[in-house]
Each structure stands twice: as structure tokens, then as C-alpha cells.
Design a protein around this ligand. Structure first.
Ligand code: ZN
Length: 312
């Protein structure tokens, strides 16, 4: 059996990464005009929707103190978001800001939410995500604190609009590490429980993301009450769940049960994401740092070597 030369693998991987980034640079898009976007009629409508939804979250007690945050993608590179240190019950249109996918605040007087990294990771990983809400609804958060994923197949609304819920591991809020905890799940789940913290939902609109928050929190509450009436709950029969999945597919909602292909997980998923991030950076006219490229090449080389070793 021929020995694999790690330095040769690393050289080939580096060349592939640099070629890939160069291709992105040549297809660079025209820079957008952030201020025009931020003050456009479309942005104004989205800002009003965010303020209205913030009020609903506060009235339903899904956000406490200055907790929770809302964002909406307004163009491929820009996101409107709520400010840090602001009760969602007091939110005003003029409090919102515009950030790019690299977390640079472009417009707005108040600093962006400290949890924006979580939102941006979801936008970068899920092209169909147009709105993200993070909040602390008590019943869903109780499940996240207990480390209990709510069982499925019990109520049609949950199956159609939310589906299986994932549980992401705990990390310190506001950090890159925290933002990345959801990456293995967000492509196939629109709702993720965040261990010892709260939940995050994404959708095609801010209004719909708030609906998912309501659906999942009510679901968790109902399960809690039903389990006290009878520990073993009655499930919807499999053929009736199949009917619900047909309906879900017709609505274009993601569900891991609808996926035919094996989704990449773990390090492969993380590597795909890191590469997409670098491509995004290059296509928006920025230069990735040498450290970023070195780190990606090193991780990719390790994966290739592990694959070749297993296949040899
Ligand atoms: Zn939070």
C-alpha cells in the first residue's frame, strides 16, 4: 500500500481553495447602495413588521428584559436587525439598523443586537431564510434547559409548520462559537432549541418566524400538560403523518423526513460553511486573511487524508 504524502495533499487542497476564491473574485457583483436600501419603501415595510412582531413577542412573554432579537434579510448582502439593550415591547422603527453578512453595521444609530452573529450564520447557511427570530419562550426554553427534545407526531400544526425540533449544545451567548452551534441543524430544521438559553426560528417572513415561535411554545406547553394527564401520549398514525408531510411539501417547508439525500454533517458541513463564508467575503470585494485560508486548507487536508487513509 502506497504511503500518502500529507504535504502533497495540502498543496493540492490549497491550490483548489485559491482557484475557487479567484473564480468568485472575477464574478464580483456591483456594490449595492446600503443607504438607499435602508431607506427604501421595502425596508420601511420590513421595519414596521419587525416592530409589530417585537410587540407580539413581548406581549406573549417570549422575551424578557432586553432579551430576544429579530432580523430580516433585505438583499443578498444586507440584513435589518433590532438593537442591543432594547425591550421588544418598546421597539421603534428608528431603532433598527442595517448590517452586512460580515457583521459590519452600515446604517442605523443604535448598535446592532449582540446576537446578530447567530442570525448571520443562518442567513449564510440557508438561502431561503429571509427572517430570523431568537427569543426565550418559557415552555420551549424549559425543554432546552432540561435537554429534552419534544416528541413528534402529536399535533398537526407542529408537524406541518415546525416539524422535528433540534437541540443545539450550549455555548456562551454572543460568541462565534454560540452562533455556529446551530449549523448542523438549520438546513433541515426551521426551529432549534438552544441548550440552557432559548430558541431560534427562521422563515420566509418575520411574521411567519413569529408563528413558528408560537406553534413550538404552545406545543411544548401542551405536551407538558398532557404528560401529567397520561404519561404515554397518543400519536397521530403514520399514514396520517404522511398526509401532513405531503401538505408540508406543498407549502415548501423544510423537514428532515422529506430529504432523500443523506445530508452532510459534522466537519464536512462546517467546512462547506467556512468555504462559503470565504467566497462571500471575496465576492463582496473583501480580502480573506492568510490565517483564514491556512486554517481552511489545514482542516480540508485533514479530511482528505482521513478519507484517503480509510479508502487505501
Ligand atoms: Zn437569548
Amino acid at each position: 500500500m502506497k504511503k500518502i504524502d500529507p504535504s502533497l495533499v495540502s498543496t493540492i487542497v490549497r491550490r483548489a481553495v485559491l482557484d475557487c476564491l479567484a473564480a468568485n473574485r472575477s464574478s464580483q457583483m456591483k456594490p449595492e447602495e446600503p443607504l438607499r436600501i435602508f431607506t427604501s419603501p421595502e425596508a420601511n415595510a420590513l421595519k414596521k413588521e419587525i416592530v409589530r412582531v417585537g410587540r407580539k413577542l413581548w406581549e406573549r412573554q417570549y422575551v424578557d428584559g432586553n432579551g430576544g432579537n429579530i432580523s430580516a434579510r433585505i438583499s443578498p448582502h444586507y440584513v435589518l436587525c433590532t438593537p442591543t439593550l432594547c425591550s421588544k415591547g418598546d421597539l421603534r422603527v428608528e431603532d433598527l439598523s442595517l448590517v452586512d453578512l460580515d457583521n459590519y453595521q452600515i446604517c442605523g444609530d443604535r448598535p446592532q443586537t449582540s446576537e446578530i452573529l447567530l442570525h448571520l450564520e443562518i442567513y449564510k447557511a440557508v438561502p431561503q431564510a429571509k427572517a430570523v427570530i431568537h427569543c426565550h419562550p418559557p415552555y420551549a426554553t424549559a425543554h432546552a434547559v432540561a435537554g429534552v427534545v419534544p416528541p413528534g407526531n402529536l399535533i398537526p400544526e407542529q408537524e406541518v409548520f415546525v416539524g422535528p425540533v433540534a437541540l443545539a449544545p450550549y455555548e456562551t451567548p454572543g460568541t462565534h462559537a454560540f452562533a455556529r452551534t446551530v449549523l448542523p441543524y438549520v438546513k433541515h430544521h426551521n426551529t432549534v432549541l438552544l441548550a440552557n438559553h432559548g430558541i431560534v426560528c427562521w422563515a420566509d417572513t418575520v411574521t411567519h418566524a413569529e408563528w413558528y415561535v408560537e406553534v413550538v411554545d404552545t406545543y411544548c406547553k401542551t405536551i407538558l400538560i398532557a404528560s401529567q394527564l397520561r404519561p404515554k401520549l397518543n400519536e397521530i398514525p403514520p399514514d396520517k403523518i404522511a398526509d401532513l408531510l405531503v401538505l408540508k411539501k406543498s407549502l415548501g417547508l423544510p423537514d428532515p423526513r422529506l430529504e432523500n439525500d443523506e445530508a452532510p454533517t459534522g466537519e464536512v458541513e462546517a467546512l462547506t460553511h467556512s468555504m462559503a463564508e470565504l467566497q462571500q467575503k471575496v465576492s463582496s470585494g473583501k480580502r480573506p486573511g492568510k490565517y483564514e485560508i491556512d486554517e481552511l486548507v489545514s482542516r480540508l487536508s485533514a479530511e482528505v487524508l482521513a478519507f484517503l487513509s480509510g479508502a487505501a
